[in-house]
Design a protein around this ligand. Structure first.
Ligand SMILES: Cc1cc2nc3c(=O)[nH]c(=O)nc-3n(C[C@H](O)[C@H](O)[C@H](O)COP(=O)(O)O)c2cc1C
Length: 367
């Protein structure tokens, strides 16, 4: 395949769809119930309109920024996504290789096929994503593993007391291919992946509250982020628990269908807690202009989920790298054409307030 012909992330998506089995296509691409939040995630970025600045010297552009005081080359983070080996045998390590080469943080799902120790060997910056399980000893072991393998942060996903209704998967009778395992659950009795997956899903703890979050923050040596917050009041409570950051997210439209998009929720959350903690946003980020808009709405960086899997499916680590390079190139281009030489120049006045669904919420610029 001539990769140069895949000029944007939609091209990568189309090509990957052709390669993947209907089962994996449904698992990776689908949302919950009627896919309304999934589709809205994409539409909301398209709806936002930009007000570019002109006659600004943009001959030298710097897309770098920082998260928790650590410099990062671009405001882009790889979202944690389960089961990368459904896309490619290199799995999460393939993603790590591309992330490491570009200085991009990789979120690693608890439900990765490879263990966090294996992924860490590639030398990328890794944030470990966690679900809290009914079996708290198991949860503590997962945290300890992340800590021992020197993950730079822990990301607690809080929007999944139960798994979303993934109807397209139900229809296909989703089956895990034999031989696939869950690297972070090697000490769980069952050896068969499908059995482990059932076990893990049964272990999702719907009783989790802010008290558990507080416990986690107090008992974890790594900085804790929460992922899946869509309301300012929840954001404030999470900040009171001592977290370091929030990923504003509706889980790629895979949990509660008709939940608002992260782009819609971000302004009220930025206004409420944007000075106290750092914010990221995800869901439907497919263009460099989406990244620019996310930063203008108050995020420090974006997370990208499915496009990474499309890249991995088509060409392993190289494919992930090519997908990231397209986003990086598009973001640079968007900065230049909107009159921003550096990330600090990206402010809310770049957005047309009439194109915002809730214009009153737009945070004052915090730069
Ligand atoms: C196949 C797949 C698996 C996912 N697995 C997880 C997971 O294990 N933990 C988690 O917190 N989020 C998970 N997510 C959600 C992503 O982290 C992220 O929020 C979402 O993909 C962002 O939307 P996007 O795919 O439109 O970029 C998953 C998403 C997909 C598509």
């Amino acid at each position: 395949m001539d990769w140069q012909r895949l000029v944007n992330l939609y091209d990568w998506e189309r090509a990957a769809q052709e390669k993947l089995s209907p089962m994996v296509r449904a698992y990776y691409g689908g949302g919950a119930a009627d896919d309304l939040s999934l589709n809205a995630n994409r539409r909301v970025w398209d709806t936002l309109k930009l007000r570019p600045r002109v006659l600004v010297d943009v001959s030298h552009r710097n897309p770098s920024t920082s998260l928790m005081g650590q410099p990062m080359a671009y405001p882009i983070v790889i979202a944690p996504t389960a089961m990368a080996m459904l896309a490619h045998p290199s799995g999460e390590s393939g993603i790590a290789e591309a992330a490491q080469q570009r200085g991009i943080i990789q979120g690693v799902s608890t439900l990765a096929n490879q263990s966090i120790q294996t992924v860490r060997q590639l030398g990328a910056t890794n944030w470990m994503q966690l679900y809290v399980y009914k079996d708290r000893q198991l949860t503590e072991r997962l945290i300890q593993n992340a800590q021992d393998s020197r993950c730079q942060a822990l990301v607690l996903t809080v929007d999944a007391p139960l798994l979303g209704m993934r109807e397209n998967m139900m229809r296909l009778g989703f089956q895990l291919p034999t031989g696939l395992c869950f690297g972070n659950f090697q000490d769980v009795q069952q050896t068969e992946g499908a059995q482990v997956l059932r076990y893990i899903q049964d272990q999702f703890d719907p009783s989790l509250t802010f008290a558990d979050l507080k416990w986690l923050v107090q008992n974890c040596a790594m900085p804790v982020w929460v992922k899946g917050v869509l309301r300012a009041d929840d954001a404030k409570k999470a900040v009171d628990c001592g977290i370091r950051g929030i990923v504003v997210s509706n889980h790629g439209g895979r949990q509660l269908d008709t939940a608002i998009t992260a782009a819609e929720a971000l302004p009220e959350i930025a206004l409420a807690v944007g000075r106290q903690v750092e914010l990221m946003v995800d869901g439907g980020i497919r263009r460099g202009t989406d990244i620019l808009k996310a930063l203008a709405l108050g995020a420090r960086a974006v997370m990208v989920g499915r496009p990474i899997l499309w890249g991995l499916a088509l060409a392993g680590a190289q494919g992930v790298g090519l997908v990231l390079d397209i986003l990086i190139r598009e973001f640079d281009h968007a900065m230049a054409l909107s009159g921003c030489a550096q990330v600090q120049d990206i402010s809310s006045d770049l957005l047309d307030p009439h194109s915002l669904l809730r214009p009153g919420d737009l945070a004052q610029d915090r730069s």
